[in-house]
Design a binder for this molecule. Structure first.
Ligand SMILES: O=C(O)c1cc(=O)[nH]c(=O)n1[C@@H]1O[C@H](COP(=O)(O)O)[C@@H](O)[C@H]1O
Length: 276
């Protein structure tokens, strides 16, 4: 999916919601446990319930890898089931020496390798340019680089002063020489909304993947007011608050209500962008 396709999708669907498919087998509703593939059955129901309100899906790979070969099978079926008009993110947070990154990139981008063809993958930047470039070698694929993450530990390194900048700012500045906004997004936690105006100065055109609304307490309003651009420019992720809105027979209905309520709020902020 290209930059303008993603931007158009956001204004068409009036949504920049990304649903995080962090599907924990221990949290599945009991009635799904007799399904041949309970994780896929759950994801399928969640996708059916939320696709109308959603522009992106982000399976967090940890939840699938932890299940061994069964997990990879559930992941592949889930990816194949995501509607073609939704952007897909492999939240894998990879990055290693060049030849190893090359294989990670093949895993998530080249269907001839592991049967997966995501639109994008999350990448950790701390091994530097040669650890990121192999992911950028694929046409029509995106790198989503960790910049300022949502967790308390983000202060340990990302907020440290390096010369006259904080480390995450250095990362963002360097990354601009690796790829343009047509292939490169940054992760900024919703819990870091105070920093979003500064981040927008560093990355005026890049899409930002913003996780941390819902269970982590980030404010959709603050993120939207500071992060939205004329192209949309945001993908705001919610995982647990949607997936586990109910643990009963009505889990998909409750997920739909959560996704719909986030989308309605987003439509209001997008409207303000169009009017201004
Ligand atoms: O890269 C991410 O998606 C990510 C970055 C970050 O800074 N914080 C963060 O929570 N995430 C991911 O976003 C999801 C958040 O899930 P919830 O807190 O349940 O909405 C998880 O899959 C996290 O791994």
């Amino acid at each position: 999916m290209t930059y303008s396709e993603l931007s158009n999708l956001i204004f068409q669907k009036q949504s920049y919601l990304c649903v995080g498919l962090d599907t924990d087998p221990r949290k599945l509703p009991h009635h799904l446990l007799t399904e041949p593939d309970p994780v896929f059955a759950f994801n399928k129901a969640i996708i059916d319930a939320t696709a109308e309100f959603t522009v992106a899906y982000k399976p967090n790979i940890a939840f699938y890898e932890a299940q061994g070969p069964r997990g990879w099978e559930s992941l592949k079926k889930t990816l194949d089931y995501i509607p073609a008009d939704c952007f897909t993110i492999a939240d894998a947070k990879r990055g290693d020496i060049g030849n190893t990154s090359d294989l990670y990139a093949r895993t998530f981008f080249d269907p001839a390798a592991a049967g997966l063809s995501f639109d994008s993958v999350t990448v950790a930047p701390y091994m530097g340019h040669d650890s990121v470039l192999p992911f950028l070698a694929y046409e029509n694929k995106w790198v989503i680089l960790l910049a300022l993450t949502s967790n308390p530990g983000s202060a340990d390194f990302q907020r440290q002063q390096v010369g006259d900048q904080e480390l995450f700012e250095l990362v963002m500045e360097a990354a601009h020489s690796w790829a343009g906004a047509d292939k490169l997004m940054f992760v900024v936690g919703a819990t870091q909304a105070n920093e979003l105006s500064r981040i927008r100065e560093l990355a005026p055109d890049n899409f930002l993947l913003v996780p941390g609304v819902g269970a982590q307490g980030g404010s959709l309003e603050e993120v939207s007011r500071r992060g939205l651009t004329a192209a949309g420019g945001l993908l705001v992720n919610a995982s647990r608050s949607i997936l586990y809105a109910s643990s009963g027979l009505d889990f998909a209905d409750k997920a739909r209500v959560e996704a719909s309520s986030l989308q309605k709020e987003m439509a209001g902020y997008l409207d303000d962008i169009i009017k201004n």
